[in-house]
Design a protein around this ligand. Structure first.
Ligand code: WT7
Length: 633
């Protein structure tokens, strides 16, 4: 495979950038030519940010799985699409070739069809990091069902809310998942989520851990049985086929829930053609992928990073990916480096929080690991501090591998701001330059172009984008107004990212962090209002306020102020009960790191919680702050 749209020099970057802004239609049409269409588009782009109404490649017909799989079969059917590394390093590695992937995806599509799933139906996927998860995702895409993957760390309550919001009728799950030393009982969480649910018709269960599970007659089915049956239907005389559904460019491909500043997660909707082109374009350019390279994205497919850089981007580019079931510290803190050594990984893409946690183990876990296959290093999810950047550069890249710091969001589909590995310069802790097609602007509170400079002379403001790129969010599922309000109404005619940023005189961007009421904990987005709601459900809690605080490993930790008037046990017991409550309502990822009991919350006269306790002049009751400060944990 070749990538005619791959940018190979600074000059080419500048040229591509210019063309993408001056003649977006011509530019993106020429990129889109490199994909497989059933019918080409009539119009490249139609948009306004007012409604918003954003349509890319209207009139085009395609199926993303034909791009991810079928078109590679002739030339590289026996090439590995995935190298699957199990949680336990002694267990068998599974290599999934493009031929095998094709067969499995056809089988899943047939299995879904057999169970009544149709184009446009929502299928919730709650699985561990097993190859079957990828088959499930692509099986949905093949028949045009909309997948909604939920990360394995979310609670039954969170799943129930998402099932309800998406009006999902089908679920694909596992009996359990292995993560480090733990077996996580996924099916049992699904069972709890389904209490009272009348909408879900079928639950398909893949066996991974052999954890005992309850199987409800008429509703619950074993993946293995269903797949065996489907196999006999899709395979005739050694030829496998399941015709892919013809999709409109703008048909929804998937929903992925993410937190915002309100108490309820939003179902971000991405569509077929634009998302495909954007993930592939950025994959090939940011990581400078070349055929044959082994790419290892360490994210979980439950988050957008896994969707875009384990599944859709790499597969559409015909790449070989390592998919890892476990965690970076199991069986020890050298696991990532063992994987790099074992599978001769060329590109590793991980999160700053993982690097900081591994740095804490020193250099011992690196001893005896051959990392010489590495060519390119990437980070994503949160700002990378300089210390972690240099550690990565010196100890992992041995100062020979460019580091790409990729800034993006669930809503942007794939990278918006990043250097291109070895092509445009890196700058430690700066995401640097926008991708072609991306027009960032920093604005002040009133939406005017920012003029304020910070103490180093960098322009400072709220990060917005002026025009759509192919992978931009189209809507929030079932509630378009919410999408408008959240992203397109803060500043007129701009997409607002929720991040604050700096800009230097060369046009490089440095992302500082969220300016809305959203926390970034270990690279995971958590809304303060969601955590507050969860804490407030605990009996005895009158009210709570959640703020972020700097945390050495997680980036941000969760600090909760709680007014509590229950009389059940001591403070330590109550703290544990509150943590248990949050785990039940959201999941363990949202547990506060610190809980301080207070007599009042720091609220302004208008009732808003002050998240920064520096300026107390507008506070309703400044005495509350003294109490808080004196008793800080
Ligand atoms: C938020 C998006 C993008 C996939 C993973 C997170 C922060 C993301 C960077 C980066 C600084 C970053 C932002 C953004 N973020 N990448 N390279 N440098 N901050 O996706 O859960 O949608 O969160 O993560 O604050 O808004 P997400």
């Amino acid at each position: 495979m070749s990538y005619p749209f791959q940018i190979k020099s600074q000059e080419q970057y500048e040229k591509a950038y210019r063309e993408s802004v001056e003649q977006p239609d011509e530019f993106w049409a020429s990129v889109a030519e490199n994909f497989q269409w059933r019918k080409k588009w009539d119009k490249v782009l139609e948009w306004n940010f007012k409604e918003p109404n954003i349509k890319w490649f209207q009139g085009g017909k395609l199926n993303i799985t034909e791009n991810c799989i079928d078109r590679h079969l002739k030339t590289m059917g026996e090439k590995p699409a995935f190298i699957w590394e199990p949680n336990n390093p002694e267990d068998r590695v599974r290599v999934v070739t493009y031929n095998r992937l094709h067969k499995r995806v056809c089988q899943v599509a047939q299995m879904l069809k057999n169970n009544g799933v149709k184009k446009g139906d929502r299928v919730c996927i709650y699985m561990g990091m097993v190859p079957e998860l990828v088959y499930a995702i692509l099986g949905c895409a093949r028949i045009g069902a909309i997948h909604s993957v939920i990360f394995g760390g979310f609670s039954a309550q969170s799943i129930a809310d998402r099932l309800e919001d998406a009006q999902a009728e089908y679920i694909i799950t596992c009996d359990g998942a292995y993560r480090g030393g733990k077996d996580i009982p996924l099916k049992s969480v699904i069972d709890d989520a389904l209490i009272g649910n009348k909408k879900v018709k079928k639950v398909i269960v893949y066996t991974r851990t052999r954890t005992p599970v309850s199987m409800i007659k008429g509703r619950d089915l074993w993946w293995e049985d269903e797949m065996d049956h489907a196999e006999t239907q899709v395979e005739k005389d050694g030829v496998v086929s399941f015709p892919a559904e013809e999709m409109d460019a703008e048909d929804p491909l998937f929903i992925l829930y993410t937190s915002g500043s309100t108490g309820k997660p939003k179902g971000v909707v991405h569509t077929c053609a634009g998302y495909m082109i954007w993930t592939t374009y950025t994959f090939v350019n940011v990581f400078q992928y070349q055929p044959g390279l082994i790419h290892f994205c360490t994210a979980d497919i439950g988050w957008v990073t896994g969707h875009s850089y384990i599944v859709y981007g790499p597969l559409t580019a015909g790449a070989t990916s390592v998919m890892f079931e476990g965690i970076p510290t199991y069986p020890d803190a050298g696991r990532f480096w063992d994987i790099v050594d074992k599978h001769k990984v060329n590109i590793i893409y991980t999160a700053p929080t993982a690097l900081r946690s591994l740095m804490g183990f020193g250099l011992e876990p690196l001893k005896g690991k051959d990392l010489s296959s590495l060519k390119i290093l990437g980070t994503v999810g949160e700002p990378i501090n300089e210390e972690a950047w240099h550690w990565y550069d010196e100890n992992i890249g041995k100062k020979k591998c460019p580091i790409v710091d990729t800034w993006w969001q669930t809503e942007t589909g794939a990278c918006l701001i990043s250097n291109l590995a070895g092509v445009t310069p890196a700058k430690p802790s700066w995401a640097t330059l926008p991708m072609p097609g991306v027009q960032p602007v920093l604005v002040d509170e009133n939406g005017k172009e920012a003029t304020e400079k910070d103490e180093h002379g960098f322009l400072k403001g709220n990060l917005c984008i002026k025009a759509p790129w192919p992978g931009i969010i189209r809507t929030t599922y079932g509630d378009h107004e919410r999408c408008r309000k959240n992203y397109f109404a803060t500043y007129e005619n701009l997409y607002f990212t929720g991040d604050g940023a700096l800009k230097d005189d060369k046009g490089n961007y440095r992302i500082i962090g969220r300016v809305d009421d959203v926390l970034n904990v270990s690279g995971h987005r958590i809304g303060t209002a969601e955590v507050e709601n969860a804490i407030d459900t605990h009996a005895g809690v009158v009210e709570s306020a959640v703020v972020g605080y700097p945390h050495d490993i997680k980036g941000q930790g969760i600090y909760a102020y709680v007014i509590y008037n229950g009389k059940h046990g001591d403070d330590e017991m109550t703290r544990k009960d509150i943590l248990q409550t949050v785990t039940r309502v959201i999941g363990p990822i949202a547990k506060p790191d610190k809980i301080q009991f207070v007599s009042g919350l720091p609220k302004t006269r208008s009732g808003k919680i002050m998240r920064n306790l520096g300026d107390t002049t507008t506070l309703l009751d400044p005495a509350v702050v003294d109490d808080i400060k004196n008793n800080r944990l």
